[in-house]
Design a protein. Structure first.
Length: 322
């Protein structure tokens, strides 16, 4: 019998990545194409099909039989109908029936969901969350996305809009987030937010940021999130203070998530998570001060299994449940 495989597609504002994934979550091959975010809806669809078609060069008969396609798309979207509603980063699509259009072309089942939901399911099926029933997943990068898996299924809520954990406020008097709310964890602890706080602190205390300024070529405006992590490792006082604040803010937020959901495991992915991994133990030590749950320290906090390929694995994961 031929082995069943899935195609996972990860759509961003500038690129489309696609991959063939087998039934145990191994990515067998990949392709990458530019996304046409501006223009006609058909142009955006053509970018997606181009990435999928490019897999045919390596997806030979020995790879098995394509079972389904899963697509991670920027939202808002409807995961039930597969309609992409009104994504700010993809103005080519407005109420676009993405799942139906791709299914029409390839004649296999197609599912669409947001990237954090899909990545959470991939971690549940094949990654760091395998063996756990109830999972809270967060991806910390340009923004903060979250996904919730209960009993092996993504929790979408009533309308499909659940699990916007990155836009849970930790200070209603805090800075205005791009979502329109004040004090969201994303405005404090996403990659750009960490760099912004570092730049502000360097302006006030430049003498304490020698390593950080060296990395930035002497210009506070050039400071990036990656530089904060590197400077902290070199002993830079400002960078270390920024990371300490970030850990405290994330612990406060994760404490709220634990008290709300009581998950079996906390999984952290995304580009910023690599910088934060050395502090996972510190987060768990601080967690009781931010939780009413007396057993919160029993919950593991672990890095995600899938790194940059989380979107491809996530797409395959949501399609595997068809």
């Amino acid at each position: 019998m031929e082995k069943r495989v899935f195609v996972g597609v990860d759509i961003g504002g500038t690129k489309v990545a696609a991959g063939v994934v087998d039934s145990v979550g191994e990515i067998k091959s990949q392709s990458r194409k530019p996304m046409v975010a501006h223009g006609e809806a058909a142009d955006g669809l053509a970018a997606v099909t181009s990435a999928i078609d490019a897999l045919a060069a390596v997806h030979g008969p020995g790879m098995g039989t394509l079972h389904s396609i899963g697509i991670c798309s920027p939202g808002p979207l409807d995961p039930v109908t597969g309609v992409v509603i009104n994504p700010p980063n993809l103005p080519c699509w407005r109420n676009f029936p993405l799942a139906a259009e791709v299914a029409r072309i390839y004649r296999v089942p197609v599912r669409v969901d947001n990237d954090a939901n899909a990545a959470a399911l991939a971690e549940s099926l094949w990654g760091a969350g395998r063996g756990y029933k109830n999972i809270f997943y967060t991806c910390i990068g340009t923004g903060i996305g979250t996904g919730i898996v209960f009993d092996g299924r993504i929790y979408h809520g009533r309308t499909g809009a659940a699990a916007e954990g990155g836009h849970c406020s930790i200070d209603y008097r805090g800075p205005l987030c791009s979502c329109g709310k004040h004090g969201c964890i994303e405005i404090y602890a996403s990659g750009p937010a960490i760099a912004k706080r570092a730049r502000a602190k360097v302006e006030v205390e430049p003498a304490l940021a020698s390593a950080l300024l060296d990395l930035a070529g002497g210009s506070p405006d050039a400071i990036t999130t990656d530089m904060v992590g590197r400077a902290a490792s070199a002993g830079d006082r400002v960078a270390k203070e920024i990371l300490k604040e970030t850990i405290e803010l994330l612990t406060l937020w994760l404490g709220n998530m634990v008290d709300l959901l009581d998950p079996e495991i906390l999984i952290m992915g995304g580009g910023v998570s690599t910088m934060l991994q050395p502090f996972f133990g510190e987060i768990r030590e601080l967690l009781p001060s931010c939780c009413v749950n007396p057993r919160c320290q029993e919950i593991p906090l672990v890095p995600a299994y899938y790194g940059e390929d989380a979107g491809i694995a996530g797409g395959a994961a949501i399609s595997s449940s068809v």
